[in-house]
Design a protein around this ligand. Structure first.
Ligand code: WT7
Length: 665
């Protein structure tokens, strides 16, 4: 594994991380907020006294168990944890039915806002009927407990309903973000051996219908023997190809199914879902989470980090259900806590750049959870846009997905939060399942740009190369030092890869892949990835995966990809390619080569992986052992003086690259 910690820590990265370590603004909680906050400083001492017992309390308090557990943590098979293992429960029952049974059936669960302005409101009672129908339909399509279901849907209520229907019958879902390609979908379907794929004709994006079903057809045409049926939601009404016997319309099987269904009781350690994420190799990792521990930490963090008051708050997390944020903070956390939330199908600038703020005003959103990229984009559009809307309902603001630079943090606080709403910068990962490091609103004095402290019940540290805890004021690698309830239980079908990826760099410690620094107060500042993983708009992309996509094109002999600092997206993908001597590309204008290769990556992986630039070079900088020195390429991509190149096998390579780039095409 290549670690370039120093490069990142000293590099000026997106939007002013360079200023971050001298940031000295402080925002203590207001007395009014603190007086009504769910969390208090006592949580830290309580959790520290006996961490497993603390989590046991949370799990009992926040969830309904059909069989109560006696055991809390079983770490005897480390690094695979078992939490609450002798207990039984059902996730969908916890997210839906119990609220109806408690007399809250008429409470709104989802305010759905379609991109085109169509809306739907689902109460908890509606959700119970919908989820029950879908669970019955899944069963009629042959899906049983333990079978995997791939979900490839836009952000529409059916996505939430499908995930909960899977949970209801104990069939782990594997949601694949709708922006991923047929190729990406195919490899995920194969890896999980999904029995059913749930999709839609399409969704609305940037004012137009964007098809999804053709990607499913293409994926299955590549061969997917496990798939028996494709369940298709009609969303856009666009024409679809149909495979008789395999494809079924949602309206035919779900809408007509019985709305009564008994949730399947599962063990706490029953797999709830698989979610693929990019790692340092080309093959995405199927991160899998189980039921009891995941739900306990999802509910606990959602309640305390966002100070949720289920009766009065209107919560909105802008993430797509295709990402972990959508799993934990759109589906499971808020619904288990009985919240009322908004879900929005489209982009923030359709049909105008005030769309998000219009939604906040319309529904009276009180808690907003979004990504720094979105905040920076809104900053770029100008503060006169949010100023046209009434945002005074907002009382807590969350940030997730990438480091938030102090400028964006301050803008978020002032323009969106009216200098009033506390900001929680939440650090976590697909693997951690739920928030791990974050201020607690009403408790923590916040610092712009820092995620600050591990939550009560969570143990994290920053260590040096030899796994020693670094002193305050120093940087190193972020590690998690104790098991936590929502931790991944592994990589689907590959225990060894799980051990190698997360537990081998530092013995007995979970290595997150992030660089971090502890300030003089011991607060943690995240500094970005230290492995070959990029973070583009809060989405994780693997350099290796994009390189593989590039070399799969007949023109490309070799490729190297780096994440270069980008003002809006945090990092942007920049690719360096060597063309094959015999390819026709040599005769084409550089612009055409670039466009073709960018589109090729979009087709292979998805539009989010499309390189910002593709630079054709004659050589790539390599060490004597043949390893590409991405650090040097990043210098080029960020228009910086190229750093120390003495370990290159051929030190003239960087000059060649620089010359090539300065020569007009
Ligand atoms: C990586 C995990 C967690 C849901 C969204 C991303 C980066 C995440 C923060 C934050 C700095 C952050 C890390 C992490 N990251 N949140 N608040 N500050 N960096 O989930 O796709 O699994 O990516 O996102 O680099 O390792 P993911």
């Amino acid at each position: 594994m290549s670690l370039h910690l120093e490069a990142r820590v000293s590099d000026p990265t997106a939007g002013g991380l360079e200023n971050l370590l001298s940031e000295d603004r402080r925002f203590p909680p207001s007395a009014e907020f603190a007086a009504q906050a769910n969390a208090s400083a006592d949580l830290y001492s309580w959790a520290n006294a006996d961490r497993p017992a603390f989590w046991g309390e949370q799990a009992r308090e926040l969830l309904t168990w059909s069989t109560p557990f006696e055991q809390t943590l079983d770490w005897s098979d480390a690094p695979v944890a078992r939490w609450f293992a002798d207990g039984r429960l059902n996730a969908a029952y916890n997210a839906v039915d119990r609220h109806v049974e408690a007399g809250r059936g008429d409470k709104v669960a989802l305010h759905f806002e379609g991109e085109g302005g169509d809306t739907r409101t689902l109460t908890y009672a509606d959700l119970q009927r919908e989820v029950s129908r879908a669970a019955n339909a899944l069963t009629s399509l042959g899906v049983t407990t333990g079978d995997r279901v791939a979900v490839y849907l836009p952000m529409i209520p059916e996505a939430v309903v499908t995930m909960l229907a899977c949970a209801r019958i104990g069939a782990p879902h594997s949601v694949v973000f709708g922006g991923f390609s047929a190729e990406a979908l195919h490899s995920r379907i194969l890896d999980a051996e999904a029995k059913l794929v749930v999709t839609a004709d399409g969704g609305f994006r940037r004012g137009a219908a964007s098809a999804l079903k053709p990607a499913v057809d293409e994926a299955l045409a590549k061969g997917a023997p496990s798939v028996e049926h494709v369940l298709v939601v009609k969303r856009t009404g666009q024409p679809v190809e149909w495979t008789e016997g395999r494809d079924v319309w949602w309206s035919d099987v779900v809408d007509t199914a019985s709305d009564e269904h008994t949730p399947v009781d599962v063990e706490a350690e029953h797999p709830l879902f698989i979610l693929y994420t990019s790692g340092t190799t080309g093959k995405p990792k199927g991160i899998f989470h189980t039921t009891g521990g995941y739900l306990a930490q999802a509910a606990y963090t959602h309640l305390n980090v966002f100070d949720l008051k289920a009766e009065t708050d209107v919560y909105w997390c802008t993430a797509d259900v295709g990402w972990i944020t959508g799993h934990t903070y759109v589906v499971y956390g808020p619904l288990v806590n009985g919240a009322t939330q908004v879900i929005y199908e489209g982009t923030p600038d359709t049909p105008h750049r005030g769309r998000w703020w219009e939604i906040v005003q319309k529904y009276g959103v009180t808690i907003l959870y979004t990504a720094p990229t979105a905040i920076r984009t809104c900053m770029k559009w100008g503060e006169e846009i949010p100023a046209q809307f009434d945002l005074s309902s907002l009382r807590v603001l969350g940030s997730v997905g990438e480091p938030i630079n102090p400028e964006a943090w301050m803008w978020y606080r002032r323009v969106v939060g009216g200098d009033r709403a506390p900001i929680v910068d939440t650090w976590w990962q697909t693997e951690t399942g739920a928030i791990m490091i974050s201020p607690l609103p009403g408790v923590t004095e916040t610092k712009p740009g820092s995620a600050q402290v591990p939550l009560p019940g969570i143990a994290a540290d920053v260590v040096d190369d030899e796994a020693h805890s670094v002193p305050d004021g120093s940087g190193g690698y972020l590690v998690l030092t104790e098991p936590w309830p929502a931790m991944l239980r592994g990589i689907w079908g590959d225990r060894q890869r799980y051990v190698d990826t997360y537990w081998s760099r530092f013995r007995g410690l979970y290595f997150a892949g992030d660089g971090a620094k502890k300030d003089e107060d011991g607060d943690i500042w995240l500094l970005g990835r230290v492995d070959d993983v990029m973070n583009v708009s809060g989405h994780r992309l693997s350099t290796t995966e994009i390189e593989s996509a590039l070399v799969s094109h007949p023109w490309v002999a070799e490729a190297a990809v780096v994440g270069a600092a980008d003002e809006t997206t945090g990092q942007a993908v920049v690719a360096f390619v060597i063309l094959r001597g015999d390819s026709e590309a040599g005769d084409l204008p550089a612009q055409d080569v670039q466009t073709t290769l960018r589109n090729h990556v979009a087709k292979e992986i998805g539009p989010i992986a499309k390189p910002r630039q593709v630079l054709v070079v004659a050589e790539l900088p390599k060490t004597r052992s043949g390893k590409i020195m991405r650090r040097l390429l990043r210098d080029v991509a960020e228009n910086r003086q190229v750093g120390d190149a003495t370990t290159l096998a051929d030190s003239s390579v960087m000059d060649l690259i620089a010359q090539g780039l300065s020569t007009p095409a």
